[in-house]
Design a protein around this ligand. Structure first.
Ligand code: ZN
Length: 381
């Protein structure tokens, strides 16, 4: 379901910027939507495209007129069905539809063939229904430098009917030459209260909704996706509760057993992500599950630090305060700060493809005897 612009949650500032340029009639033809995963970049790109393609645009008066899609014209209906010929989404998993891509597995980086065959070679194609053709490139940070260079010409002089939107969660991965050709629109985090409200609308109540709002750090899409994952067995929320209890009670002799439990939990979560997402590579899904568990551990330790230093009573794990108290009693503040930093480092290990078993064992070793640990966190990855 593609929403109208007026229905996009909490991205008023970004949308106001888009509207301002549109109202002056000097709309840029290349955009880069920048911000964390799950804050609404893709949702906004779709809503913006739907508005541009709409055959019966509405206009709300105001300091800056607010243009929106009507939701009823043939273009809007086709857009909502996901089959609009003038709206093209480009993502790395399209590789299987490229000329030489038949038996390729979903890649981790954006293959140059996808950029060439789905953007560069198609860019001259005229609109079939509306005045524009809109291309949205997902995960632009995964387009490598040579493919970014291949895109330059298209971004510099797109045909006048083209609008290209790059969706990007890591601006530092983009070449300066790309950035200078795009109009950058920044997307901030969504307020926790809004996330709780959206989760309630999806049937997820407190305290679970409050947890996912904290866990997602303003990434509404992430909060909804995690909260509605359907696992075989315990839900991710129940896994989180069990994980924290295990971490608080962990001792050196049972590190291997606890790490094994985490491995099983990661597999269960990964299986649910696989069922919920089309065309995402197994590597990406496994990493997401591993990072999710590490994030849960990191937030618990950060909560313990907050409790210990009385910095704030605003805990992400307010639903398990007794367990957080147990963690806070176990370590001194310096130790907790170190543990949080070590968890962040383990997240980098995930991206560096370190073996999952090793990561979880290291996580538990950190918790159980980090004062005598000799394996430096920076020695791998
Ligand atoms: Zn319409």
């Amino acid at each position: 379901m593609a929403v109208n612009l007026g229905q996009v949650v909490c991205q008023d500032k970004a949308i106001a910027g888009l509207q301002r340029a549109f109202a002056t009639g000097r709309m840029p033809h290349a955009y880069l939507f920048s911000g964390q995963d799950g804050v609404g970049k893709f949702t906004t790109a779709r809503a913006w495209a739907k508005m541009l393609l709409c055959q019966n645009r509405t206009q709300r008066a105001g300091e800056v007129p607010f243009a929106d899609s009507c939701g009823r014209c043939p273009s809007c209906l086709l857009f909502e069905s996901g089959a609009h010929p003038d709206f093209q989404t480009i993502y790395k998993e399209l590789v299987v539809f490229t000329e030489d891509g038949k038996n390729k597995t979903p890649p981790v980086d954006m293959p140059v063939d996808v950029i060439r065959e789905f953007l560069i070679e198609k860019i001259a194609t005229r609109p079939q229904m509306s005045g524009h053709v809109v291309y949205v490139i997902q995960e632009a940070e995964k387009v490598n430098n040579s493919s970014q260079n291949a895109m330059l010409k298209v971004l510099e002089e797109p045909p006048p009917f083209c609008v290209i939107i790059l969706i990007c969660s890591r601006m530092e991965k983009m070449l300066p030459t790309i950035l200078s050709r795009c109009h950058v629109v920044r997307f901030g985090p969504v307020a926790a209260g809004v996330i709780v409200q959206k989760l309630a609308e999806a049937g997820i109540e407190e305290p679970e909704s409050g947890y996912w709002a904290g866990f997602s750090e303003g990434r509404l899409g992430q909060a909804i996706a995690w909260a509605s994952l359907e696992t075989k067995g315990d839900s991710p929320y129940l896994i989180k509760r069990a994980l924290l209890e295990r971490l608080a009670g962990a001792t050196l002799p049972d590190v291997l057993e606890q790490a094994e439990w985490m491995g099983k939990a990661a597999k269960q979560i990964a299986a649910a992500w696989t069922a919920a997402s089309e065309n995402v590579s197994t590597t990406d899904i496994n990493r997401r599950a591993q990072k999710g568990l590490i994030q849960m551990a990191m937030l618990a330790l950060a909560d313990a630090l907050k409790l210990k230093t009385r910095a704030t009573e605003n805990l992400v794990n307010a639903d398990q305060k007794a367990v957080i108290r147990q963690l806070a009693d176990k370590y001194n503040p310096e130790h907790l700060a170190l543990l949080v930093a070590q968890m962040a480092e383990l997240t980098r290990w995930v991206d560096a493809s370190v073996n999952e078993k090793l990561i979880f064992e290291q996580l538990l070793f950190n918790l159980t005897h980090s004062d005598i640990i000799s394996l430096s966190v920076s020695s791998i990855g």
